[in-house]
Write a protein that binds this ligand. Structure first.
Ligand code: AMP
Ligand code: MG
Length: 514
C-alpha cells in the first residue's frame, strides 16, 4: 500500500524543535518515521505498538525473523524494557552511550514479540545524533528502528538514499543531512563469560577490548546451527550487480582487480571498481580505455578507515546508479572500523572473492552444438594462438557441446582442417556441457547467439560469463560462426579461418590488458 510521504528538512543539530514535534507525534501514534542517526538512517516506529512495528517489516520487506534494535533517548528509558540491567551493561552504557553500541538485554513483557522476532532478548541503543535524540525524546516512547533501506540493499547514509528506498512506504522522512559514521552500530552480547560482538559496527573491537579485556567477534557466516544474531544469515548490503571482494596484499589486489575488470568488460559487463586511494591510480588506464564501461570510485585511504566506512554504502549504492553488473571491491585492513567494513563487503559479495593466484590463469570454455566440429577446432586454435600472444597467463581451454553425442571423435573434415595448420584433433571426444563446466570457466565462448541463449537459459547463475565469439572478438568477426557439419572440406576450412580471425582478435584484446 502506498502512503503519502512527508519530507521534513531539519537543522542537523536538532535545534528546530517545532519541526520535530509533529514527526514525534506521528511516531507516538503508530506511524513510520525515517530519521538520521550517527550510524545510518533509521526507520522508526513506536516500539510499544505491535501494529506499528509490523509496518516496519512491511515497508522494508524485512524477513519477520530478523529482530529490530530499540532506540532510546536516555539511559533511564532502558529499565522498563528489560528484566534487569547487569552491572557490566551499566558500565558500558556509561562509557559508550550515546553512541554506536547496541546491547542485548533479557526483555520485559512491555516489549512486543514482533520487535524481537520472538527472542527473549531485546537489543537497545542510544544514538548519538541530536535529531534522533530529540525526536525520540519528544515521542516519549522507545523507537524500534532498523536501517532505513529496503531489505537486502545497502543501508542509507543520506536523506536522498532513504528517499529513494522508502518514498511512498513511510509517513515521514526527516532530512537531517548525511550520517556521520556510515556503518551500523556494533551489536554486543554480554550474557556469556566472554563478551561477544554479534555484528561489528561503528564501535571497534579494539575500543571495546580496552574497556572489557577479552572480546570475541562472531564469524560473518556461521557454518552450522542457528546464527547468534538472526540478521547474520541474510544476504545484505547488496547492489543489483555481483560484488567480488579482492584479497591479498594491496599490490596483489590491484593486479587481480585490473585483470578481472578487463575480463568482465570484454565479456560485455559494466564494471565498477571500489578502490582504496592508494590503488585508485592503478586503474586509471583501464577507465581511460573503456570510459563508458568501467568506472572507479575512490573509497578513501587504507589508513583512514573512518572515511572509508562513511563512503562504503554510498559506493555500493553508486553501483546501482551506474548500472554496474560487476563490482570489484578492494579489501581494507581489518582493524578499527575495518572489521565493520570487511563484514559489510563480505556480506555484499555473498562470498565471491578474487584471489591473487587467479590472475595467472584463465579458464576458457568453448561451446558449439555437437562438439565434433567448431568448438574442438576453436579449442585447438585458441591454444596455439594463446601460446604466442598471451603466454604470461596459463590457459586451461576445453570444449563442449550443447547437445553432443558423448564420445564421438571430431569429424574427419575438422581433423583435416586442423592438420593443415599443424594441429592434431585425433584425441578429441565429444562431451555435453554441464553446470560444472560453467562453474570452472572464467569465460565461456559460444559459436552463435543461439548457443549463448541456450546456456544462459539453462545456467542463469553463470550468464555473466557467456559471450559469443563475435562479441569476444570485439567485432573482428561480424556474426555467428556457421556450422560446417555435413558440408564440404571447403566449408570446414572457411569455418577454421573464421575461428582463427575471431580468436586472434580475442587474444589481442586480452593481451592489451595484461
Ligand atoms: P538493523 O537494524 O537493520 O541494523 O539490524 C539489526 C541487527 O541487530 C540485525 O542484525 C539483528 O539480527 C540484530 N539484533 C536485533 N535484536 C537482536 C537480538 N535480540 N539478538 C541478537 N541480534 C539482534
Ligand atoms: Mg539493516
Amino acid at each position: 500500500m502506498r502512503v503519502k510521504t512527508r519530507i521534513v528538512k531539519v537543522d542537523p543539530l536538532g535545534r528546530e524543535e517545532s519541526l520535530l514535534i509533529p514527526c514525534a507525534e506521528v511516531l507516538r501514534r503508530g506511524g513510520l518515521v525515517a530519521f538520521p542517526t550517527e550510524t545510518v538512517y533509521g526507520l522508526g516506529a513506536n516500539a510499544l505498538m505491535s501494529e506499528a512495528v509490523s509496518r516496519i517489516f512491511q515497508a522494508k520487506g524485512r524477513p519477520q525473523d530478523n529482530p529490530l534494535i530499540v532506540h532510546v533517548s536516555r539511559p533511564e528509558s532502558v529499565a522498563p524494557l528489560v528484566r534487569d540491567i547487569p552491572q557490566g551493561a551499566v558500565r558500558l552504557m556509561e562509557a559508550f552511550w550515546p553512541g554506536p553500541l547496541t546491547l542485548l538485554f533479557a526483555k520485559s513483557d512491555l516489549v512486543p514479540d514482533v520487535v524481537t522476532a520472538g527472542l527473549h532478548t531485546v537489543a537497545i541503543r542510544m544514538p548519538d545524533h541530536p535529531v534522533a535524540q530529540r525526536l525520540i525524546d519528544l515521542a516519549g516512547v522507545p523507537v524500534a528502528a532498523p536501517s532505513a533501506n529496503l531489505s537486502g540493499k545497502p543501508s542509507p547514509t543520506t536523506f536522498e538514499a532513504t528517499l529513494a528506498d522508502l518514498e511512498g512506504r513511510v509517513d515521514v522522512i526527516v532530512d537531517g543531512g548525511p550520517a556521520d559514521i556510515g556503518v551500523e552500530s556494533t551489536v554486543l552480547d554480554i550474557s556469556g563469560p566472554v563478551p561477544r560482538i554479534l555484528r561489528p559496527g561503528g564501535l571497534s573491537p579494539e575500543e571495546l577490548r580496552k574497556f572489557l579485556g577479552e572480546v570475541e567477534v562472531a564469524a560473518d557466516t556461521p557454518h552450522q546451527g542457528p546464527p547468534p544474531s538472526p540478521g547474520m544469515k541474510y544476504r545484505h548490503y547488496a547492489p543489483r550487480g555481483h560484488v567480488y571482494l579482492a584479497v591479498g596484499s594491496p599490490k596483489e589486489q590491484a593486479e587481480s582487480i585490473g585483470f578481472h575488470a578487463a575480463r568482465h568488460v570484454i565479456l560485455g559487463e559494466k564494471v565498477l571498481i571500489l578502490a582504496s586511494s592508494e590503488n585508485a591510480p592503478e586503474y586509471a588506464p583501464l577507465a581511460g580505455r573503456w570510459p563508458d564501461r568501467l568506472s572507479v570510485l575512490d573509497l578513501g585511504p587504507r589508513d583512514d578507515l573512518p572515511r572509508v566506512a562513511s563512503r562504503l554504502f554510498a559506493g555500493l549504492r553508486y553501483a546501482d546508479e551506474t548500472g554496474a553488473g560487476v563490482i570489484l571491491a578492494e579489501s581494507f585492513p581489518e582493524h578499527g572500523l575495518g572489521h565493520a567494513i570487511q563484514n559489510r563487503l563480505r556480506k555484499a559479495s555473498g562470498g565471491r572473492t578474487l584471489r591473487p593466484a587467479e590472475r595467472a590463469e584463465m579458464n576458457i570454455l568453448l561451446v558449439c552444438t555437437g562438439n565434433t566440429c567448431r568448438s574442438p577446432m576453436a579449442e585447438a586454435l585458441l591454444r596455439a594462438i594463446w601460446q604466442v600472444e598471451c603466454s604470461e597467463i596459463h590457459l586451461n581451454a576445453w570444449s563442449r557441446g550443447t547437445s553432443a553425442s558423448d564420445g564421438m571423435p571430431a569429424t574427419p573434415e575438422a581433423l583435416k582442417a586442423m592438420a593443415a595448420r599443424g594441429l592434431d584433433l585425433s584425441g578429441h571426444r565429444a562431451t555435453t556441457v554441464s553446470e560444472e563446466d560453467l562453474s570452472q570457466a572464467d569465460v565461456v565462448i559460444t559459436m552463435t547467439e543461439g548457443h549463448k541463449d541456450s546456456l544462459t537459459r539453462r545456467y542463469p547463475a553463470h550468464a555473466g560469463k557467456v559471450v559469443t565469439l563475435a562479441a569476444a572478438s570485439g567485432g573482428a568477426l561480424p556474426g555467428d560462426v556457421s556450422d560446417p557439419f555435413g558440408h564440404s572440406q571447403d566449408a570446414y576450412d572457411r569455418t577454421a579461418q573464421d575461428l582463427d580471425t575471431g580468436l586472434r582478435a580475442f587474444c589481442e584484446r586480452i593481451k592489451r590488458v595484461i
